[in-house]
Design a protein around this ligand. Sequence first.
Ligand SMILES: NC(=O)c1ccc[n+]([C@@H]2O[C@H](COP(=O)([O-])OP(=O)(O)OC[C@H]3O[C@@H](n4cnc5c(N)ncnc54)[C@H](OP(=O)(O)O)[C@@H]3O)[C@@H](O)[C@H]2O)c1
Ligand SMILES: [Zn+2]
Length: 340
Amino acid sequence: MSGKMKAAQIAKPGGDWELVERDIPEPGSGQVRVKVEACGICHSDLFVKEGFWPGLQYPRVPGHEIAGRIDAVGGNVVEWKKGQRVGVGWHGGHCFVCAQCKRGDFAMCVNRKVTGFDFDGGYAEYMIAPAATLAAIPDELLAEEAGPFMCAGVTVYNALRNSGARGGELVAVHGIGGLGHLGVQYARQMGFKTVALGRGKDKEPLAKKLGAHHYIDSDAGDVVAELQKLGGARVILATAPNAKAISTLVDGLSAGGKLLVPAAPNEPLAVSMMSLIAGRRSVAGWYSGTAKDSQDTLEFSALTGVHPMIEKYPLSRVAEAYEQMHSGKVRFRVVLTMGV
Ligand SMILES: NC(=O)c1ccc[n+]([C@@H]2O[C@H](COP(=O)([O-])OP(=O)(O)OC[C@H]3O[C@@H](n4cnc5c(N)ncnc54)[C@H](OP(=O)(O)O)[C@@H]3O)[C@@H](O)[C@H]2O)c1
Ligand SMILES: [Zn+2]
């Protein structure tokens, strides 16, 4: 298909948003073209905007919370058809050939690609996606809701379901933003005693509405003491990108508890080994997941009625939309919509 499309790109590290017209790309072998309907703005898009990611090439169109429809299918793609509703997430594919892939450690694939980092993402009317990265969107989910599930959703859903916490145990979610507001809902739906950890009183009613049994305001008191009053957390899911704040949470864990960290602050954490040793506690990172994990996230969300709270902006207002995310004012995910 020949023709032009609108895209929002960053031309150099630290550059401003540029709305450009580009040729509509053609899918190659093993790829599909997605007509993008919505794309969430993830805090990690800051890595592209500011150039904080090794090996980034510019200009780059960010966006890895994509929901749309398959518009063209390249060669050697058998399982996907034109017209199907699909999502594309952060994990932009792995090779199935390297030693890591052979062990099943797809996250560590040496040939791994990241959507919106290593190839152009969803801040555009069309994008090209490897077929292996696609997840089918259930009919009951709107595109603007499915988008945020492709990174924010899958990251926290997948982290929680693999966290080792069991129904009824105390699970805290730190940082009530794009990831965190979904983390609270999933924790509740998975049957955990759910605690939301935010700063400021204003998020309490929202956190409770999302399903939190308890809300702890870090501005108002001692989070660790409050968590220990509740018995200590089996898991704390840390989503606020602040190394200092995350580091202080370790002592809020129960014995054997785990600080599970998808957040990606630039600074290192500072954690006392004595706190870890004395309580057999651990700190672990978490990476979002593969297409199968995204598919599971979409289906679990449709099944249990988990919805992102979103603010929609047309692609043409990308700079304002990004700033709304970056300022922390958004409740809770900014989503770009196309064709408007
Ligand atoms: N591992 C992965 O696969 C993965 C995937 C996606 C994102 N990430 C990373 O996860 C982090 C969160 O992403 P996001 O898209 O959810 O960001 P976001 O929408 O900007 O939300 C972050 C939230 O953290 C809160 N926060 C910041 N400092 C805090 C503190 N000291 N105490 C309590 N809350 C605090 C902010 O709220 P207020 O400012 O209103 O207090 C904000 O709501 C980022 O570092 C991102 O790069 C990782
Ligand atoms: Zn993301």
